[in-house]
Design a protein around this ligand. Structure first.
Ligand code: 4HQ
Length: 228
């Protein structure tokens, strides 16, 4: 599951350029029986299986300087602030659970942070692990081609993206907003900020509640209010 992600494009370049180092551990290598069994049924009954405690703890025991993360719907919901926090870590270990989950004692003993990538159920923790690795890696200088693009993406400033357009200027009678073709960079920046505020207010008012506003933003928000 990880090969497509790490062997292509941006992640591959980041690894080749030694900006990130990735080590994929197969938990089966830590199983102690000849059949390399890593799952077992839950105490108390019920459907499905859990990852056994011994192989997992054996794999985690040797880690001394790693922030250990377990991905599950019970975790704190992942967001850009958590990505920024993890970006400061020297080393991160993510347990990508399979089956119905892992033994709670592994979480108590080893896990520093339980993270959910959203309120839905997946079949395994691999995709959450990749989502976390992706969001954190792109913050590392040099991982993205041009510096500017990560700063301008959604959530960098706690707002959603403004609408964006590329050629042609007219497509099926739909015209790109004139201001973007004006060459007036100050006006364009103001228009973009206003659209970001407008969209965030419309679609994600929760993001605005947590945010402080500059004078300029206050003025634009007033304008948005008056235009309704
Ligand atoms: N999982 N955010 C792994 C998730 C999930 C999520 C379900 C994680 C199954 C074993 N993880 N267990 N949502 O749905 O992080």
């Amino acid at each position: 599951m990880f090969s497509g992600f790490f062997d292509e494009s941006i992640m591959k370049r980041a690894i080749d350029n030694k900006l990130i180092e990735v080590n994929i551990v197969n938990i089966r290598d830590y199983a102690n029986d000849k059949h390399q069994i890593v799952d077992d049924s839950p105490f108390g009954g019920g459907p499905g299986m859990l990852l056994k405690i011994e192989p997992l703890s054996k794999a985690l025991e040797s880690l001394k300087h790693s922030k250990i993360i377990y991905t599950s719907p019970q975790g704190k919901t992942f967001n850009q602030n958590i990505a920024k926090e993890l970006f400061k870590e020297e080393e991160i270990t993510i347990i990508a659970g399979r089956y119905e989950g892992i033994d709670e004692r592994v979480i108590e003993e080893f896990v520093d942070m339980e993270i959910s990538i959203g309120d839905y159920v997946l079949t395994g923790g691999e995709i959450p692990a990749m989502a976390i690795i992706d969001a954190v890696s792109r913050l590392i200088p040099g991982v993205l081609g041009n510096k500017a693009s990560y700063e301008e993406d959604s959530f960098y400033n706690g707002l959603l993206d403004h609408p964006q357009y590329t050629r042609p200027a007219i497509y099926k009678n739909k015209k790109v907003p004139d201001i973007l073709l004006s060459g007036n960079h100050a006006k364009i920046e103001e228009w973009r900020l206003k659209k970001s505020l407008e969209r965030t207010k419309e679609r994600r008012p929760d993001l605005l509640e947590k945010r402080k506003f500059t004078k300029k933003e206050m003025i634009l928000l007033k304008e948005i209010e008056n235009e309704k």
